[in-house]
Design a protein around this ligand. Structure first.
Ligand SMILES: [Zn+2]
Ligand SMILES: [Zn+2]
Length: 337
């Protein structure tokens, strides 16, 4: 490894200084590990939006939303997703307990809808001390609706007395990166329009590498908003330089859902519209070629007929003139991007 580094340094020194730099892929790039704890949107409890993300080769996961937590950890552990995690000898916890309390270093909560927080709330009595990163509006709803000693005990360090102080509410300032304690990553929050509710996209960064994890969001055209346009603008240069490794984003309904009944969500058509905006800002139609886009929060349906994920995959691929690599995740999947 050392010899290779030295060789690269020599080659770099020999390279002509004025050589044009054409979208270099980061040599030291490690990318990210993503473990799917929950892949769908309501109404299927036990498999709701939750993605563990860490910088590859480092310790310390962040949970991007937490609709399903312990059920997801059990499913993922059964699949061998945590094979590299060594529990210290003599630990008094089960393996799942150790992973949750010691390896999940914090939560990124996009908004306070139940399908994004139920896993965290239900696990809270046995969870470890850690921060919840969110916009102030999300923390307010969390404190008012859940951690209020009526719905649930207040495990946070603000809000209703007595405060049990397990979770520190870390208020995010839109667009400003903060280091995520206990991980090798920094996180930046961007507000989203999710019907009348403020939701959030999180940009996770490790060195030059970045990954975008979205909470629920409507399309700019439907929401009469420019929130997604702003997010795309913020990452356009990273796309150009191939530093954006993946996008995790929703498509809740198939295209047949009327645009008046989206309740602040995306369909494949709208997601493709939005990705075209990103491509345009990042240099054109080929800018997203090969970019992994993980399509989550597909709503479980009681309607007979083909599964929504089958329909949504077909609709995404039919409109995929960008060459994006669409992935429809399942609980317990693990990816390296
Ligand atoms: Zn929602
Ligand atoms: Zn949701």
């Amino acid at each position: 490894m050392k010899a290779r580094t030295a060789l690269l340094a020599i080659l770099a020194a020999l390279a002509p200084a004025a050589a044009p730099v054409a979208a270099p892929r980061a040599v030291a790039s490690g990318g990210f590990d993503v473990v799917v704890l929950g892949a769908r949107g309501g109404i299927q409890d036990g498999n709701l939006s939750s993605f563990l993300i860490r910088a590859h080769g480092t310790e310390g996961y962040l949970s991007c939303d937490a609709g399903t937590t312990v059920a997801g950890l059990i499913a993922a552990d059964r699949r061998g997703d945590f094979a590299d995690i060594r529990q210290p000898a003599g630990s008094s916890q089960t393996r799942i307990g150790y992973i949750l309390t010691e390896q999940v270093k914090g939560y990124l909560i996009s908004h306070a809808h139940l399908d994004h927080v139920a896993g965290l709330i239900i696990a809270s009595p046995e969870d470890g001390k850690k921060p919840i990163y969110a916009l102030p509006s999300v923390h307010e709803k969390f404190a008012g609706s859940y951690f209020n000693h009526d719905a649930w005990a207040n495990f946070a360090d603000t809000g209703a007395e007595p405060r049990l102080g397990k979770y520190h509410f870390e208020d995010m300032v839109p667009g400003r990166a903060v280091p995520a304690t206990g991980t090798a990553m920094s996180v930046t929050a961007f507000p989203l329009a999710h019907g009348p509710v403020e939701s959030t996209a999180f940009l996770l960064q490790h060195g030059p590498d970045a990954l975008l994890c979205f909470g629920d969001t409507g399309a700019d055209r439907i929401e009469h908003s420019d929130r997604l346009h702003q997010v795309w603008g913020a990452v356009a240069d990273k796309v150009r330089r191939h530093e954006l490794k993946a996008i995790v984003i929703e498509a809740s309904f198939p295209n047949a859902q009327p645009e008046t009944q989206l309740f602040g969500h995306l369909t494949p058509r709208l997601l493709l519209e939005e990705l075209h905006d990103l491509a345009a800002q990042a240099g054109g139609k080929d800018a997203l070629k090969g970019l992994p886009v993980v399509v989550e929060h597909i709503k479980y349906s009681f309607k007979a007929g083909p599964l929504p994920q089958t329909v949504i995959r077909r609709e995404l691929e039919a409109g995929n003139d960008l060459g994006v690599r669409f992935i429809i995740p399942e609980q317990g999947d693990r990816y390296r991007f």
